[in-house]
Design a protein around this ligand. Structure first.
Ligand SMILES: Nc1ncnc2c1ncn2[C@@H]1O[C@H](COP(=O)(O)OP(=O)(O)OP(=O)(O)O)[C@@H](O)[C@H]1O
Length: 329
């Protein structure tokens, strides 16, 4: 499989008056053409900041302080961290080559223009076509995401549509330029379970047709099971385990991954109690020394996990974990 995106040792920090938050702190992963990589972890572990770093849409207080984000297009590989976030090259990539969908479609659609006007504008920003052609493309995309009466939806405002419908419009807009990479940041979290399942099914269908690579961010292991080919588990700014989805569910290795799995109702075995992950996520200004998970870990080894940081080890084909239990020295 050909790589389309590779993040190498990425570090994105917030410099605030209260101190430094190492939101993303040495993250590495790759995304191959046509695959869905699920990124999972509790709130605050750095999933969104990773996505914002790739799109180069970070808040002003955040800085990429290290690492590379390699993106492959017709011209070969380029390191996105080296581009000016507001420069022409990055503006061409954003939206066209790498598109993003969010939890809140309101972040995508302004209430003062119709959905159609905004879809057409986004298309015309990147494609050399007439307004009529752009409208036809927008209409075709709304049909693809199974919007009933797409013609009339084009002329409506975002606040006149339900959350699920608007989410479909955002997916249509993101896919209209056939991006190589689609980053989905919790796009189904605000929806009820039935609509969530429909959206996941829809994205999977469209992904087959468009063969975009997808990076799907969520805190929900149930969603991960439905959508991903491969999974990266994040904890406090780092990836602690990566594996093909089946391996991760059959044989979770990192104590944090195991705890995440024990906390989902659908996958918990019958008669076994659901568990909350013990302890609290540490203060982001004062990250623990050693393994970042040690203060919550049920396999904690005193004198090791609280003193040194484990390295990542490959335990099985494409199954990597950052934990001393598997020899990560
Ligand atoms: N604009 C910001 N200013 C200061 N700190 C921020 C900002 N955005 C994120 N952070 C911090 O960066 C860290 C990573 O946050 P991030 O939003 O990436 O987590 P997440 O895993 O996406 O969580 P969630 O699922 O809640 O969105 C957290 O400690 C968070 O408090």
């Amino acid at each position: 499989m050909r790589k389309v995106l590779e993040v190498k040792n990425l570090r994105t920090h917030f410099e605030l008056v209260e101190g430094t938050i190492r939101a993303v702190d040495g993250v590495s992963f790759q995304l191959n053409e046509g695959e869905v990589l699920g990124i999972v972890g509790e709130s605050g572990c750095g999933k969104s900041v990773t996505a914002q770093s790739i799109m180069r849409i970070l808040p002003k207080s955040a800085k990429i302080v290290g690492g590379e984000i390699l993106f492959w297009n017709q011209q070969g590989a380029m390191d996105l961290t080296k581009l000016d976030s507001e420069g022409e090259q990055m503006r061409n990539i954003r939206g066209k080559d790498i598109a993003m969908i969010f939890q809140e479609p309101a972040a995508c659609f302004a209430p003062v223009y119709t959905v159609g006007e905004q879809m057409i504008e986004a298309i015309l920003l990147h494609e050399d076509m007439s307004k009529q052609e752009a409208r036809r493309l927008a209409l075709k995309m709304l049909e693809k995401v199974k919007i009933p009466n797409p013609e009339s939806v084009l002329d409506r405002y975002s606040f006149q549509l339900s959350g699920g419908m608007l989410q479909r419009c955002m997916i249509a807009m993101a896919l209209s330029l056939n991006p190589k990479v689609l980053i989905a940041d919790e796009p189904t979290t605000a929806l009820d379970v039935t609509i969530q399942a429909q959206i996941i099914y829809l994205v999977k269908q469209l992904q087959k047709e468009y063969s975009s690579a997808i990076m799907w961010i969520t805190h929900d292991m149930g969603v991960i099971a439905q959508i991903s080919d491969r999974v990266a588990v994040m904890y406090l700014g780092q990836i602690v385990e990566t594996a093909p989805v089946k391996d991760l569910f059959r044989n979770p290795l990192h104590p944090y991954t195991r705890a995440l799995l024990r906390s989902i109702p659908r996958l918990a075995r019958r008669k076994k109690k659901l568990e909350a992950i013990k302890g609290v996520v540490p203060d982001p200004y004062n990250l623990p020394i050693g393994c970042r998970y040690h203060n919550r870990c049920d396999s904690f080894i005193r004198g090791l996990c609280d003193e040194r940081e484990p390295t990542e080890v490959e335990v099985d084909v494409a199954h990597r974990v950052k934990c001393f239990l598997y020899g990560g020295r």
